[in-house]
Design a protein around this ligand. Sequence first.
Ligand code: NAD
Ligand code: ZN
Length: 260
Amino acid sequence: MTDDLEQAIDEAAHLIVRARHVVALVGAGLSAESGVPTFRGPEGLWTKHGEPDLRDYERFAQDPKTWWEQRIERAGRYGELVRALETAQPNAGHYALRDLEGTGQLQHIITQNIDNLHQAAGSLAITEIHGNRTKLRCINCNRRWPLDGFPIEELPPHCPDCGGIVKGDTVMFGEPIPHDALEECVNQTRMCDCMLLVGTSAVVYPAAGFPVDVKTSGGTLIECNPNETPLTEISDVVLRAPAGAALPRVAGRVREMSVG
Ligand code: NAD
Ligand code: ZN
């Protein structure tokens, strides 16, 4: 009997090898095997604790000083996520994406994750739509700094370049996606002829629209997710397995095809 997953891995590898510009669109599911909880899905934080307040950014904009004070006290409402993020390490799925990039078979990662695990695994071409928890950002000019190296002498801190308010780089509910990141996503989607959808429930815009654009312009979609999503229907190949199990096998098969 043919193993369905084995066959899907083979087909996914073929699509990747044949494509000119492969982009991975990544969601919280990729980091689930690193112990970082997702928002949606059976074990998701929202499933357990209810939907979040969508006015986070509005509150920040009204009173940035209080947000900074809470941040310093670590009194956020996402304690479980924050604790997991502090100790999380990349898993086999992150390393498989790095390997695909290393052999020239993956051109870019568009990630919705804020956990810095792509960088920790060694990936280079990354656009973070929702920011990065290890950085700060000026809300006016989008300049970013590592959290550790930024001198905080007043609350809220201000940008040394333009005087704008500085906040955590992570995009809050209700906060617009930084335009530099969004622009890069649009460019990457335009060039992309094969998109790898990893661990994303594909219901958060604008990310959910990129695969549709790729498909409409004649590209192919590979989904890697243990659960069905709204994108399953339009995907050319579906890897119905955890990313940490499936992606290393795809990367291995791609390597065999490229050599042989
Ligand atoms: P999501 O939480 O909405 O959905 C997660 C998806 O991952 C689901 O479709 C689920 O079936 C799938 N999944 C679960 N385990 C998996 C595995 N082992 N391998 C592959 N897929 C798996 O995630 P989302 O669509 O990315 O949207 C939530 C938003 O929340 C993100 O945009 C992100 O900004 C933020 N977030 C980030 C992190 C992180 O940085 N690691 C964690 C939680 C939430
Ligand atoms: Zn600035």
